[in-house]
Design a binder for this molecule. Structure first.
Ligand code: FE2
Length: 265
């Protein structure tokens, strides 16, 4: 049974804030920040994010669609994975955004523009459960400071950006001005799964096992294998079962190799 209630709840809470604030970005950010800060450490919310991804995989959608997409109130909530050492280029959004760290550790660098040159103004280190708001025209970039994958949650606002970069950035809201090239490394679907696995490792094992098993059964083989390895740390027997399920859909050579690994465990 898939439980996405936590996503409906956050959509309702943030949507209500936007309706009440009638366009005041500062008021909206002040009220959205604690909502996302609480959400990213909430077990039900973490599980709902994994379930949402597993459902997308089931539809063969590997594009990391928003976990919430509210056309009427013009906001989306997205998860963005950050592999080890990855950063993006300085940029600014033309609408407010609120960001929280779901797993790992991220550094947010704030820049100042003078006569066309950027200089670093300050850097904020944020861990799981911390959230911040970015109100235009703040120029910023994100760096993964963690030894492993990190995962961030972003509330983006503004009208859907259909004109520019629509193909490369189908879920973008508002306009983004990049200083230098847009993101050099686009995260892969495996990066997303690693980010989700890292988040799941923070919740109670008994709660994490059912959504982990769903990730073991859906998506590309390399993602399923990553989920099976994470499951093996919590329940070796279940991981063996999932590995045998995966072997059934692999080609003969890979299936044999996987069955040999499983029988040796
Ligand atoms: Fe940004």
């Amino acid at each position: 049974m898939t439980d996405l209630h936590a996503l409906l709840r956050i959509r309702h809470h943030i949507g209500s804030v936007i309706e009440r604030a009638t366009g005041d970005s500062t008021v909206i950010c002040d009220q959205v920040r604690p909502i996302v800060r609480d959400a990213v450490i909430d077990q039900d919310f973490v599980i709902a994010c994994v379930e949402h991804t597993a459902l997308a995989f089931e539809r063969q959608d590997f594009s990391n669609p928003p976990i919430v997409d509210d056309e009427e109130r013009e906001f989306s909530i997205r998860l963005i994975p950050w592999p080890k050492s990855v950063s993006n280029h300085p940029h600014r959004h033309d609408h407010w955004t609120v960001t929280a760290v779901m797993a790992g550790r991220l550094r947010f660098e704030i820049y100042e523009e003078r006569s066309g040159n950027l200089s670093l103004q300050r850097a904020i280190l944020a861990q799981r459960g911390e959230a911040g708001a970015i109100v235009p025209p703040c120029i910023h970039r994100v760096v993964n400071e963690n030894d492993g994958p990190s995962l961030s949650l972003h509330v983006f606002s503004g009208k859907r950006a259909l004109q520019a970069h629509a193909e490369r950035r189908p879920y973008q809201r508002g306009q983004t001005v990049w200083y230098g090239a847009p993101d050099s490394q686009k995260p892969t679907v495996l990066d997303l799964v690693y980010g989700l696995l890292s988040t799941l490792s923070q919740i109670e094992p008994a709660m994490a096992i059912p959504p982990l098993r769903r990730l073991c059964r859906r998506g590309p083989a390399n993602c399923r294998m990553a989920a099976i390895k994470a499951l093996a740390l919590l329940d070796l027997g279940a991981a063996k079962d999932e590995a045998m399920n995966l072997a059934n859909v692999l080609d003969d050579q890979n299936a044999l190799a996987l069955r040999n690994v499983v029988s040796g465990l």
